[in-house]
Design a binder for this molecule. Structure first.
Ligand SMILES: Nc1nc2c(ncn2[C@@H]2O[C@H](COP(=O)(O)OP(=O)(O)O)[C@@H](O)[C@H]2O)c(=O)[nH]1
Ligand SMILES: [Mg+2]
Length: 224
């Protein structure tokens, strides 16, 4: 499997690790310590393809860039589209292309961290590869995990993917503007989320208009 890291004119090939699972968790803990020691809050953004991960990452950059120094790491199979979209909102962005890989891992994030000037940053947003299954078992070293589901995915996304909600700090229900036309009840999705994770913060957003972004930034403690 070939994994490529690009950004700002740089291109690196990432060599996969062996003994993967154990090493991944250990490396994720090292990543977290490096982020913490640099005074950085890192957020792992999870969700299906099309849920709105890139849109919300861009909206968070646009909302916070006056007060915080942000960078992003965007995971995608083959394109740099997401990196370009988030970069356009005003942050340095590295793109990790995982080729056939369905999730990011701690080694990839370590490679990306080595390309960022961490002493110049307050926040690193990490957009994981789009799906609700593979990324859940792979810690990256982020302080928060946030799952994005959107009402356009229908009413059963939460009950069908309980594992992805286990280790997250915040859940976002995005595309709230389309709830009526999709005939999806956000309150039912919230109840499903709270059955799996009682009391977890759930933020309703419209990524296109910025509705809910201030509340999301506060829930992730990014605006402190
Ligand atoms: N109507 C609506 N469209 C949205 C919203 N958030 C994102 N989109 C659109 O949904 C599509 C997929 O969004 P994207 O951020 O690329 O999803 P990703 O694959 O999870 O990164 C894009 O056309 C976005 O403009 C929203 O809240 N409402
Ligand atoms: Mg995306």
């Amino acid at each position: 499997m070939k994994t490529i890291l690009t950004g700002d004119g740089r291109t690196l090939s990432i060599t996969p690790q062996t003994g993967f699972f154990k090493q991944n968790t250990a490396l994720a803990m090292e990543n977290k310590k490096i982020f913490t020691d640099a005074g950085i809050i890192a957020v792992d953004i999870l969700g299906s393809v099309g849920a709105g991960k890139t849109t919300l990452a861009g909206a968070l950059v646009a909302y916070l860039k006056g007060q915080k120094r942000l960078a992003a790491i965007a995971g995608d199979l083959t394109t740099e589209i997401d990196a370009q979209r988030i970069r356009a909102q005003g942050a340095e962005v590295l793109q990790i292309n995982t080729d056939k890989g369905c999730h990011l891992d701690a080694n990839m994030i370590k490679n990306a961290m080595d390309c960022l000037n961490l002493s110049n940053l307050d926040i690193v947003l990490i957009e994981n590869v789009g799906n609700l299954i593979c990324p859940s078992g792979y810690q990256l070293g982020a302080h928060h995990r946030m799952v994005v589901i959107s009402v356009t995915e229908g009413p059963y996304q939460v009950v069908k993917h309980p594992h992805i909600f286990q280790d997250v700090s915040v859940v976002v229900i995005n595309k709230i503007d389309l709830a009526d036309v999709m005939e999806v009840d956000p309150q039912k999705l919230i109840a499903d989320i709270h059955t799996i994770r009682p009391g977890i913060p759930v933020i309703l957003t419209n990524g296109r208009t910025g509705q809910g972004i201030a509340e999301l930034a506060t829930a992730l403690k990014l605006d402190k």
